[in-house]
Ligand binder design. Structure first.
Ligand SMILES: [Zn+2]
Ligand SMILES: [Zn+2]
Length: 345
């Protein structure tokens, strides 16, 4: 018997069964159950495909992250605790409206990679042009790591995770394995507020007149690139409670701000892809997110402003860092991953 014939026969039988079950459910005033029976019988494909789809649905249901599950597990972090943990939950009035120093061109900063003091400038394409050399900085993109040794007497050797060279090898000459422009990043929330002002999801919802549609639980991931404004947000991904991506956008830099290094190794952002597809700017992306994140949405993510190490794990719905954005929880801020996490905290 061909697959098509088997599907038709099975489908007819299933349809009849489903209608009967749905009628029974309706007789007991259980319209939800009736709908489920009818939905199930609309499945198409071979027996194997249908079974695989059902299995997937079962898995999804079992893995669905709900408010109830998070609360029950004790993973919900109340706003008061967030403050204690060092998250920014309110923007001090003395910081003003923010956004006073959108771009850092001309400012002096210490390079995050090589510690050289440099003047922030866009990259120059030719030697004659004003600006920064695209390979002005020599550095190790990785971290030093101690090599495990079984012999307690032997001095532990530290090696760079990027190239495997020993950390003290530099004494013998410049051994740094990568070259790029000098870059900087800011950690202070006040400085970030001046690059791009904090806002709240509550405020955005009011402005946009949104009063429903927010997800119960959502996971947010951000990718950052080095720009003339520091470390800026260049990609946002939002995942719902089923693990489905509801928004995945490259974020265009504010006018005048230039990308110095896409940070592709960590962000995964390819320059060609960014140039072609980054359409929305920060404000637009915030507005798009406000359609899904409300004041009661529980946001799950890594607490990046507490963990400033560059752990760049992909989004895993880690319930250890579930937070609720109740009350005056600031929405996405300006330009760094850490400030973004304040918005999501
Ligand atoms: Zn290296
Ligand atoms: Zn440098």
């Amino acid at each position: 018997m061909s697959a098509a014939v088997s599907v038709t026969k099975r489908h007819k039988k299933e349809l009849e069964d489903a209608i009967q079950l749905a009628e029974e459910a309706l007789a007991q005033s259980d319209s939800e159950k009736a709908r489920t029976y009818l939905q199930q019988c609309t499945e198409t494909g071979t027996n194997t495909e249908v079974n695989a789809k059902r299995e997937l649905q079962r898995h999804k249901k079992a893995g669905k992250l709900t408010r109830e599950r998070i609360v029950k597990a004790g993973f919900l972090c109340p706003k008061g605790d967030l403050q204690t943990l060092g998250y920014l939950t309110e923007v001090p009035a003395k910081w003003g409206p923010g956004g006073t120093k959108v771009n850092g061109i001309g400012e002096k900063h210490t390079c995050t990679r090589c510690s050289t003091l440099f003047r922030v400038a866009p990259l120059r394409r030719t030697k004659e042009e004003e600006g920064q050399d695209a390979e002005a900085c020599r550095f190790h993109p990785g971290r030093p790591r101690r090599e495990p040794t079984s012999d307690a007497k032997t001095r532990k050797v530290q090696r760079w995770t990027c190239c495997g060279r020993t950390v003290d090898a530099q004494a013998l000459g410049d051994d740094r394995c990568a070259a790029g422009p000098h870059v900087f990043k800011e950690d202070s929330e006040e400085e970030l507020h001046q690059r791009a002002a904090y806002t709240t999801f509550e405020r955005l919802a009011q402005e946009l007149d949104i009063d429903d549609g927010a997800l119960e639980v959502a996971a947010l991931d951000c990718e950052m690139s080095y720009t003339t404004a520091g470390l800026s947000l260049t990609r946002v991904t939002l995942i719902d409670e089923n693990g489905d991506i509801v928004l995945d956008e490259l974020v265009r830099c504010t006018s005048g701000v230039q990308i110095l290094d896409y940070n592709t190794q960590f962000s995964g952002i390819q320059p060609e892809d960014y140039e072609k597809n980054a359409v929305l700017d920060l404000d637009s992306v915030r507005r798009a997110l406000a359609q899904y994140i409300g004041k009661d949405t529980i946001l799950v993510g890594e607490p990046t402003n507490l963990d400033r190490s560059w752990a760049r794990k992909r989004f895993t719905c880690d319930p250890h860092s579930a937070h609720q954005c109740g009350g005056y929880m600031p929405a996405i801020s300006a330009s760094t991953r850490s400030s973004f996490s304040h918005g999501t905290a």
